[in-house]
Design a protein around this ligand. Sequence first.
Ligand SMILES: [Zn+2]
Length: 327
Amino acid sequence: MAENGSLFELGIMARATWNLHSLNNEGTVGNVSEPRTVMLANGDKTDGISGEMLKHIHSYFMWMLESDKSHFCQACQNMHPQKADENPLVTGVQTDREISADKKPKVAMEKAIVSCTLCDLHGFLVQRPTISRSSTLEFGWVIGIPGNTHRDIHMHARHWMGGREVPEGGEEVTEEAPERVARKVAAQMIYHRPTRSGIYAVISVFQPWRIGLNEMDYHYVVGKNERKRRCELALEAYKATFAHPEGAMDTTRLPHIENFEGAIIISKTNFPAPVLSPLQDDYAEKARNLAEKMELEIVSFTNIEQFCDAITELKELQPWTLQMPTS
Ligand SMILES: [Zn+2]
């Protein structure tokens, strides 16, 4: 049963125009960093940024935007990737003799969700007791639209001014310790860095109805107001994610964000928000038709400012609540 003005799920579909970035790379071979390449259904190879990178950016901004870090577990306060697996309140359940073995997973899950906004929303894996929570936020690969991406590899040189020193008499020093010579060579280095520009297809789904929900018995372990606070934080983090994507190499390849346009499908009832790939040129029109047929709301945006306005409006909504029979 739906609550009035509640938010079940939302699906974001967008085309982002990002210039001269290097947000995600395959790795480094020698002194050359390789950009990510992905293959599409028709066999086209194109530029990509992994969903992991976008999810990481979003979780980082959730951490940053929360001024009271006591809303996070010990691990998440320091952005430790092991999250609940490093939360003593959760791992301590395993050795707590007051809790019977069959109840340990449910109790551990409850403690993890209650004690941390990030663990609740972004999910985690705990080894003992063995529990896992899937993220309430999902991100697809950011995919370069074929024909609309460009790549270049730029050569850079790191110079060591000390290398220019010539000793008195104009002769080079030849009796230096070998390790000192090696350090000089390492200090002066040539390396190759990729730079990419393009129009990218972006998809993401957010499931506010699952905030605070212990899926071991499908009961909420977090109160209504706290669920809304967590929902608002995740929505704010979406704004930061697309207004200022912080990925790899952004100290020298901060993306030039030229545009961000698309649509948000909003489900206020217990029906999953559909997402269509912006790889298709007519995705916005198809999404509108689909939303109409499914009786879902849709908001279009043509720039990052309108996207942020649409997200601000969603912050007014209370996360949808699952109703379970009382036994
Ligand atoms: Zn946590």
